[in-house]
Design a protein around this ligand. Structure first.
Ligand SMILES: [Fe+2]
Length: 293
């Protein structure tokens, strides 16, 4: 999710309608994948499935791999979309590159999720900067196949969509920033603890990278345990600015970062439920309309 250019709801509605009209099979052109593409997918899948995920990925993520019947061959996204619809009511649609935050969140609020069909090249097997189909499928789509997670994912989007219509643009920009930080530190790069205190990965930005999956739970990784009070935990996630790398850029996929740890999925769910009241309260305290707006 790119948080730099919040659209108006009307523009996002029009944008989404156009995107949903695109046929996934037309865009994926499955028969045009090369042997290099097939090699890339099976190598990435095998590395994640056999090396990175065992003992580190949350069991519900591994159940999702089975539920979506993901394997060593590049999946057909139209078939995946059909399967997700049967399981949780979510459908996939095609996008190229980053989506603006309002279109992205509006689509999630309406039970859709964007996927790209772009696949990394063999030289990029270990690391990519832009999310590709591996991230969208062996990350987002897998977690979205869990009904309860899907519902909470949708609720995060609803917080933004429900509030933005009522607020002036400078507050919508603030809101977009807070929702993006919350999303980044839970959905994309979140860790959780199980009952025995073992740290497991549920963030899909981590799970779609073998190296980061391994590194994120190792001793020496920077872990912040979120407070049990969901309001306090939400405030911590949305108030902390993004970490920047040595070049002053956002730490993208595969980057070094601080990981925020929830105390089980129930904790994450209570945080999502608290999100609306936390951001509403913060917006009310935010500066009024700046001069000139
Ligand atoms: Fe993502």
């Amino acid at each position: 999710m790119d948080n730099r250019n919040p659209y108006t709801l009307e523009a996002a509605e029009a944008n989404l309608a156009q995107l949903l009209a695109t046929d996934l099979d037309d865009k994926q052109q499955y028969d045009t994948y090369t042997t290099d593409d097939m090699y890339t997918w099976s190598t990435v899948f095998s590395n994640l499935y056999h090396r990175a995920w065992p003992g580190r990925a949350h069991p519900e993520f591994l159940n999702g791999i089975d539920r979506l019947r993901l394997m060593y061959h590049v999946p057909k996204v139209s078939a995946l979309s059909k399967r997700l619809k049967e399981l949780v009511g979510c459908q996939l649609y095609f996008v190229e590159g980053h989506t603006d935050p309002t279109t992205y969140l509006l689509s999630i609020a309406r039970n859709y999720f964007p996927v790209t069909v772009w696949l990394r090249k063999p030289v990029q097997i270990g690391y990519i900067e832009e999310p590709d189909m591996v991230h969208e499928v062996l990350g987002h789509a897998v977690m979205l196949s869990n009904k309860l997670y899907f519902e909470h994912h949708r609720r995060i989007a609803r917080v933004f969509i429900d509030i933005m219509a009522e607020e002036p643009m400078h507050k919508v920009e603030l809101l977009a920033e807070w929702i993006a930080r919350f999303y980044w530190r839970t959905i994309e790069f979140g860790l959780t603890r199980n009952d025995s205190g073992q740290i497991l990965v549920y963030g899909v930005g981590i799970l779609s990278s073998a190296e980061e999956t391994i590194r994120s739970v190792e001793e020496g990784a920077q872990h912040v345990y979120l407070p049990d009070d969901p309001h306090e935990a939400c405030r911590m996630l949305i108030e902390e600015p993004y970490e920047l790398d040595e070049s002053g850029n956002y730490t993208g996929m595969g980057g070094m970062r601080t990981y925020y740890v929830v105390n089980g999925f129930h904790h994450f769910h209570t945080m999502v439920n608290a999100l609306k009241s936390v951001v509403t309260e913060k917006l009310a305290q935010a500066e009024p309309v700046p001069a000139g707006e």
